[in-house]
Design a protein around this ligand. Structure first.
Ligand code: HEM
Length: 553
């Protein structure tokens, strides 16, 4: 047998694969099987004889695939790879499946932080993927004129078609789509959601109150029900959210958790997620969940606009002119799914972490209680007018999101495949490099927040005029450029203001009426262990004891 032919074919195909990336399903079997078949049947002398047998084909295929795999591995590990300068796990350099595997444990934020502490600010965690902890690069890379989105979301949504806004890699398309979202989450639109938030927050507090005298109430569950019900009011004008009343279907949360684990995995190998997403009987759990979200969006579209909900803006019902034609149905469905996933879990996670931090720091709870009592005495309605003066509450929320960010790895961007790549503050990213700004590592790095970067100190965030502010003394560092729980730039979290408004309203509502305590033996360390980064965060239960405050029921 002439071994040279399949070996040369494999080396050529490797070069094609390096340059040509596709999510077309048929491409992969073609790239893997067609060259050995061609070699056997092409009329030139191939060394396999005039009538090739199955054995000859298998021999040729094995040699071809082994050479292809060896060539890919050798290139990825070689000093000639454009990312060779960056340290990282050996298996990560070899394949995206390494980080996909690590992510299944839910502790990738801690894994990456440990690697950053060991190797430095830029790590190579995939063949063409890095993760960055250097805040001085953030503005250029993901700020105002930052780089386009990376491919991770295609894997997470198991599709490269009918994408939700968060997954759009074409910046122009993203800007266009984002306009409607910006209108739907503008300060004026937020004013319109204020009563709904206050109503749902009041309902939540009443539900928590009902548990007084009982052994415990699971706060994480109730926060989940609150965010789901509110998001369905806010996004779809109501009609689907009924969890707080105890009547709703809670399978949204089980579905989300199950599909989130898959989503994390496929975010590291997006091409694989897209391929599996095309196979009808696979990934049924994730597809069922996406299907349920689709149904909510479809029902809302059929019903039409009753209130000025988010769909009112996404469907361009607020701008009836020829420049704003109605978007295709599938686009609305994808963005509806995005609203439910991005808007529910993140806020539920942060509210749960907020109380976990307060339980672990009773002195902080006391100070926050004082501030809430000052602005929201008994009977004071849960409107937003005091929020901006509540600096301690802001400090508590920021400090919680610093240590327990609901999206620990921020999000992915990618350097365009054509051009020279980009250099910023000594970090060179070659064309095609996908990268994450690692929020968790940045926010807990002593170079950005000192003293005690892992300690919960809301005083870090107080304005210098406040006597309690922690802003002097040797070794004090407070680098807000490294604080990005909502990401930054024009593709950051469009729901940031809404999320803060929800969280402030709920915190004020709860502290105004009840006193919550952790159950006997509860430890923050246990909560931390159960806090898993599965694209959205999965957290352990947060049981609490409820006491109604005198004169507040
Ligand atoms: C504590 C709460 C929240 C946190 C920590 C959070 C965090 C994030 C982060 C880190 C991103 C990625 C941004 C990027 O790609 O650079 C994001 C995107 C997004 N978030 Fe949030 N989020 C929260 C709440 C919300 C809420 C309430 C909504 C309401 C609908 C929302 C809607 C979105 C949307 C639509 C995107 C995609 C933005 C785009 O691609 O332009 N988020 N969020």
């Amino acid at each position: 047998m002439d071994a040279k032919v399949p070996i040369i074919a494999a080396l050529v195909v490797h070069q094609v694969l390096r340059r040509y990336e596709t999510y077309t399903f048929s491409f992969y079997p073609l790239a893997l099987l067609a060259p050995p078949l061609l070699i056997l049947f092409l009329p030139f002398h191939n060394g396999y004889g005039p009538a090739p047998t199955l054995g000859a084909f298998l021999q040729c295929l094995a040699l071809y695939l082994a050479t292809l795999a060896a060539s890919i591995a050798a290139y990825r590990l070689s000093p000639f790879h454009p990312l060779a300068r960056y340290p990282g796990p050996f298996l990560g350099k070899l394949s995206g499946f390494w980080m996909a595997y690590v992510s299944t444990g839910g502790r990738q934020q801690h894994y990456l932080k440990a690697l950053h502490d060991r190797y430095g600010d830029v790590l190579r965690i995939g063949p063409n993927t890095v993760v960055i902890r250097k805040s001085s690069t953030a503005n250029t890379l993901i700020g105002g004129a930052g780089l386009p989105k990376g491919p991770q979301q295609l894997g997470r949504f198991l599709s490269d078609r009918n994408l939700a806004m968060i997954a759009l890699q074409d910046t122009e398309l993203h800007i266009q789509r984002r306009r409607a979202w910006n209108r739907g989450l503008s300060p004026a639109a937020l004013k319109g959601y204020e009563d709904q938030i206050a109503k749902r927050a009041g309902q939540l507090v009443s539900k928590i109150e009902e548990h007084k005298g009982e052994k415990e109430v699971l706060l994480d569950h109730w926060f989940g029900y609150f965010t789901y019900d509110f998001m369905s009011d806010m996004a779809f004008g109501g009609g689907t959210g009924d969890m707080l009343s105890g009547k709703g279907d809670t399978s949204f949360w089980t579905g989300l958790e199950r599909s989130a684990r898959n989503a994390t995995f496929f975010g590291h190998v997006p091409w694989f997620g897209v391929l599996l997403g095309r196979i009808p009987f696979l990934m049924s759990g994730s597809k069922d969940f996406l299907g349920k979200c689709k149904d909510s969006a479809a029902r809302r579209l059929q019903r039409g606009s009753v209130t000025r909900d988010l769909f009112h803006y996404l469907n361009h019902e607020d701008v009836q002119d020829s420049k704003h034609p109605r978007p295709p149905f599938q686009q609305l469905v994808s963005d509806g799914i995005l609203a439910m996933v991005a808007g529910s879990d993140t806020v539920a996670s942060t509210l749960t972490s907020l109380f976990a931090c307060l339980f672990a720091h009773p002195e902080v709870y006391e100070k926050l209680q004082e501030e809430v009592d000052k602005y929201y005495p008994p009977g004071e309605a849960l409107h937003t007018k005091h929020h901006r003066d509540m600096h301690y509450l802001t400090g508590v929320i920021n400090e919680t999101m610093r240590i327990f960010p609901a999206v620990p790895n921020c999000t992915q961007r990618q350097v365009p495949k054509t051009g020279d790549g980009i250099t910023v503050d000594g970090v060179y990213l070659p064309p095609g490099t996908a990268f994450w700004m690692n929020a968790y590592s940045m926010q807990t790095d002593a170079h950005n927040f000192s003293p005690s970067p892992s300690a919960f100190l809301p005083e870090r965030w107080l304005p210098p005029s406040d006597a309690r502010a922690l802003c002097h003394g040797p070794g004090y560092v407070h680098n807000e450029a490294a604080f990005m729980p909502f990401s930054i730039g024009p593709m950051n979290c469009v729901g940031k203001a809404l999320a803060l408004q929800e969280m402030r309203t709920v915190m004020c509502g709860i502290l105004q009426r009840v006193r919550l305590r952790p159950v006997e033996g509860w430890q923050l360390a246990d909560y931390d262990r159960g806090f898993k980064d599965y694209f959205v965060t999965v957290r352990g239960e947060l049981p609490a004891v409820v006491e109604v405050r005198a004169g507040r029921a």
